[in-house]
Design a protein around this ligand. Sequence first.
Ligand SMILES: Nc1ncnc2c1ncn2[C@@H]1O[C@H](COP(=O)(O)OP(=O)(O)OP(=O)(O)O)[C@@H](O)[C@H]1O
Length: 600
Amino acid sequence: MSDSKEPATEKRASDAADAVPPPAGFDVVSELLSYRGRIASVVVLALLSTGGTLALPILMAQVIDDFGQGPAVAAWVAAMVAAALIGAVANALATYQLQVVGNAVILGARERVMRHSLGTWVGRIKQIGSGDLAARLTSDSARIKAAVETGLQLPMAAVNLIGTVVLMAVLDVSLLLMTVAAFAIASALVVGVFRALRRIYTAVQGDIGTMSERFVAALDAVTVIKAGRAEKRIGDELARVAEHVRGLELKAARLESLVVPTITFGQQVALVVVIIAGGVRVLEGQLDMATFAAFLLYMLQLAAPILMAATSMTTIQAGLVAQQRFNGVLSLPLEGDDDRPGTRPESDDAPAVRFEGVDYAYDGRPALSGADIDVPRRGLTAVVGRSGAGKSTVLGLIERFMVPTTGTVSVLGRATTATDLSDLRRRITYVDQSFTLLSDTVRKNLLLGAASGRADDELYAVLSEVGLAEAVRDLPAGLDTVLGGETDLSGGQRQRLALARAIAADTPLVLLDEPSSQLDGVNENRLRDTVRRLAADRAVVVVAHRLSTVREADHIVVLDEGRVVGQGSHDHLAVTSAAYTALLEGQGAAVGTSTTGTEE
Ligand SMILES: Nc1ncnc2c1ncn2[C@@H]1O[C@H](COP(=O)(O)OP(=O)(O)OP(=O)(O)O)[C@@H](O)[C@H]1O
């Protein structure tokens, strides 16, 4: 079931916006605030590391001053070694703490995005695409992590920068002013580069998402691609997207490559100016040699925090774009956000499903119009119609994968929109057309939607109802064999396992989107027997593609271009519904006689 948009849902979500606060976005800064303790320890370690680095030139000036006095020089050298060691150890610890915080922030963000993706509307997930969502969890989150780590180093760089500038001012103010002027010009140039980078990063990260999306889509269709010998053509198409990404990344790399040389150039200009101006003053006796040497050392150290801040800014720009992409997911409306569960009790007399004047449109294109449908509480109801008639849309509306644009869908006497979503789905088992299974154990597949903790014997009893017990016993780890990897069931066995899930869940309503492809005779009979057994004491709604299923049905709903054009038994429809007889005749069937039902 797929819907690119759920207009009614969006409307409801916006109606409910006043009542239900939108899901909070992901904000790195507020996330960081929850790690205050660790960040404080990073700051302390950074101060220690910076202190160690800043002490070195002063200590070196002392070495120059005391040159020739052996013991004093030895003491200053020992102090220099100690300061360097303390700086290095503090730096290593601070770097590790930064990694811890970065990983914690990204863990939280990934968890939220994964949960939110599973919680939003089916159509929204399909709109973004599973590949793009996966890219957000991988490449985008790596960028956020990098931004957090480098961003947290900025305060260290700031402490280092301020400390260096203060000490340089103490040593010589006029030389400091010359230095600041040279660096200021270089920094102003770099700011323009950052602005351009932000735009390119937005395009790059979007395109990486698109590339992942197309790759995942290609992998999903890999058998068809191989069978059609289209590996090269699809490979070429993917390569073109990758080429486009590379083009953008190169553009970013060209700009990034300007950052370090620009700052370094500023430093070199400052160095030349300071050496000339300082040298003259040393010669004139206005500046002593030790002070001048210390000043030059600080000047060389000045470039490090400035360069660090400059390169961090490129990483932070990329992180901000990634944060925006995370928020793109987190701002999607969640299913159930607009829930206003009613108090109306479930009714034993109500039909299993009732559609009253239901309209539904995908992106404004009507798929169902004015549909009135009743599904009896027990028995097999077949929904039939030509391709595109709206059959799968009917199942999607019952499951509340989307909500009607107008009209009401009720399940067991309660409107789906007035029922807690989880309560609603607890009463329904849905078996999709591809009999999709989880890449998980047989047990977990069987118990999806059912109470866990069931005894093995009970599970095998369920499996034997669909003729699958022996096949599962023969699997390497029986019920605990993981499917979808090296070990798998055949297509027909997978179908039976999906049906066994309906038996295990024991819900009053089962929805089955029958595969349109042909099943072999044995599997078809098994499927029919299982459906029959299920329908004996509950409602089973089958989107029927096979004549045999239609013939088995107790109740039939005929759809044509989104309209219900007939309802009733086979015999009744055979004589009253032209659309139904046309459908049967299209399948080469002879048409029977009339009993009861309604023609619309
Ligand atoms: N996700 C979607 N986005 C846009 N239009 C859609 C989407 N899903 C279905 N439609 C359109 O809605 C109409 C009804 O589709 P639906 O899948 O309900 O028909 P169906 O009777 O189940 O078809 P089939 O037997 O071929 O599976 C069709 O015109 C289809 O093109």
